[in-house]
Write a protein that binds this ligand. Structure first.
Ligand SMILES: [Fe+2]
Ligand SMILES: [Fe+2]
Length: 196
């Protein structure tokens, strides 16, 4: 497995952890175990920042700008899938903004917003899971099959944070800290529930 694939899979795992926390929020709100006034908004804000600044700003563009073009150049086998994934990247940003608006409205105690957050979040989680499934099960195996060492070089450089000035140490440390804060604050069994 190439280093780029390793990094991409690791980033998917991190995103999965974060989505798992949001899924727990959906379940608790829906079952009435959690009131909107008791939601840990600090944790939710950190999650949304992580998704906005890491997943939507760094992870997806690396796929759009390096992995997908390399594949499109090499084979037409996954043209439809790649077009769909590119579209999902764009929609994901809009979807996140919509979600943030409803979370803020729930925090501000606007009526009907708990149900709205639950609905929008459910769609958001499903979309992300389907998206990653396509990448993990279709795109990555195809890339492993058709790309050669020369094709991988620029992809490696982009995915390897240290080799790309855009993805240097500062953001890397920032996101590492954000992720560790999220797992610290997230309720058990995903996180430590804010307790050491
Ligand atoms: Fe993606
Ligand atoms: Fe991805």
């Amino acid at each position: 497995m190439t280093k780029a694939i390793n990094i991409m899979k690791r980033e998917h795992l991190s995103l999965n952890t974060v989505l798992h926390v949001l899924n727990q929020l959906v379940l608790d709100l829906e079952a009435g175990r959690l009131k909107s006034s008791d939601v840990d908004y600090d944790l939710i804000e950190k999650i949304m920042t992580y998704i906005e600044e890491f997943i939507d700003t760094m992870h997806h563009p690396k796929e759009d700008d390096y992995l997908f073009p390399a594949l499109l150049k090499k084979t037409s086998e996954a043209n439809d899938v790649i077009m769909e994934l590119q579209e999902q990247h764009k929609q994901g940003v809009e979807h996140r903004k919509k979600l943030e608006i409803h979370i803020q409205a729930m925090k501000d105690k606007h009526p009907g917003q708990v149900e709205k957050v639950v609905d929008v979040l459910k769609d958001y989680l499903t979309a992300h899971r389907e998206h990653m499934k396509l990448e993990d099960n279709v795109v990555i195996p195809l890339a492993e099959r058709v790309l050669d060492e020369e094709d991988w070089a620029p992809i490696e450089a982009a995915f390897n944070n240290n080799a790309d000035p855009l993805f240097g140490d500062v953001p890397k440390n920032k996101f590492r800290k954000l992720l560790s804060d999220i797992t610290f604050l997230a309720p058990a069994p995903i996180g430590l529930g804010g307790k050491r």
